[in-house]
Write a protein that binds this ligand. Structure first.
Ligand SMILES: NC(=O)c1ccc[n+]([C@@H]2O[C@H](COP(=O)([O-])OP(=O)(O)OC[C@H]3O[C@@H](n4cnc5c(N)ncnc54)[C@H](OP(=O)(O)O)[C@@H]3O)[C@@H](O)[C@H]2O)c1
Length: 308
């Protein structure tokens, strides 16, 4: 069962499961509002009764993802809390009642972005966060997601929480689309070059989550992102490269020079060690994934003429 089936990740989960002839019960937001406890109980009960064995896995891809709005608008903050904090607990409790497993998706924003304390990578740089590094979200969205993780953990369902980062896909607005549009509108572009993370194509993440759902990995929290590390500026230059435009038209700036309502983690890198130790296939390097993503979804790049 997939909730949030109309979002970037949800769309790819449903597509993949159908391609693999896996029976899937998918709910977009109009079909199932995950904040409605009675509706959740009815939907999970009916679905799990139909599955009738340990194959019943609920993949929750629903979330309130308007990070800046949640920071500035109290009504949006309440909605974010209902969807990201309370509802995952409702889903997990329903899964517990009906002997289903839940795979819940969370975010790098649960970390403050200062990097894991006291650990460095083998090359001497900052290490990626491991699942049991202390969390401490800096903004409203991250705090709601942090609480959602806790509520899933408390619900006594067999569960996995999978934190990911910098997700884009064929559905909805995202960084790739925005950069492609701006490439057509502006001669040069200034993009933050001091926040580090790993772009993640929703189709690769979906494949990883499906593999997790079929695995016998021990319950708990895992990290899964595209491989490698870049900055938003590096990501934007790669989009220009895919467009056939000159990446040098993208210039770096600091976070201070581009303030946003919600704080962004400076270091969003999530270590893949927990994922691979669970026997799951690492997601491919982010640059390779971007090339595949734009081949599958040419509209990601719009119709911008190449400007070298
Ligand atoms: N995007 C990122 O960069 C990123 C980074 C880290 C982690 N994540 C996590 O990855 C997961 C998937 O995100 P995404 O990028 O696929 O986000 P998305 O494209 O915004 O999709 C989220 C989906 O959830 C739906 N939704 C919102 N409220 C709902 C409700 N009450 N009941 C049912 N569905 C509801 C949304 O519907 P509407 O569009 O109609 O509101 C949307 O279809 C989320 O858990 C997110 O927190 C995302």
């Amino acid at each position: 069962m997939v909730t949030g089936a109309g979002g970037a990740l949800g769309t790819d989960l449903v597509r993949l499961l159908r391609e693999q002839d896996e029976p899937v019960t998918a709910y977009t937001r109009p079909e199932l509002d995950i904040t409605d406890g009675d509706a959740v109980e009815r939907a999970v009960g009916a679905w799990a009764a139909g599955e009738g064995d340990e194959r019943a896995v609920l993949l929750n891809a629903a979330a309130f993802t308007a990070v800046d709005l949640a920071e500035t608008d109290p009504e949006a903050a309440r909605a974010a809390h209902a969807v990201n904090a309370v509802a995952p607990g409702l889903l997990a409790a329903a899964c517990a009642r009906h002997a289903a497993r839940i795979v819940h998706v969370s975010t790098d924003y649960v970390f403050d972005g200062a990097g894991p304390r006291g650990r460095t990578a083998p090359d001497g740089g900052a290490a990626g966060y491991e699942p049991d590094d202390p969390t401490g979200a800096a903004g409203v969205y991250g705090r709601t997601k942090e609480e959602g993780e806790q509520r899933v953990g408390e619900a006594a369902a067999a569960h996995h929480v999978v934190r990911t980062a910098w997700v884009y896909g064929g559905t909805g607005a995202n960084f790739v689309r925005t950069m492609a549009r701006l490439a057509g509108e502006r001669e040069t572009l200034t993009v933050v070059d001091d926040q580090y993370g790993s772009p993640t194509w929703s189709a690769d993440l979906a494949a990883g989550l499906v593999a997790l759902g079929r695995s016998d990995a021990a319950p708990g929290t895992l990290h899964a992102t595209g491989g490698g590390v870049t900055t938003w500026c590096g990501f934007a230059r790669a989009v220009f490269d895919e467009l056939g435009a000159d990446p040098a038209r993208v210039q770096g700036c600091t976070t201070e020079q581009f303030p946003r309502p919600a704080p962004r983690p400076a270091w969003s890198v999530l270590s893949p060690a927990s994922w691979t130790a669970a026997g799951l296939p690492a997601l491919r390097p982010w640059r390779e994934a971007l090339a595949s993503a734009v081949r599958r979804h040419p509209d990601l790049l719009g119709h911008t003429p190449a400007v070298r």
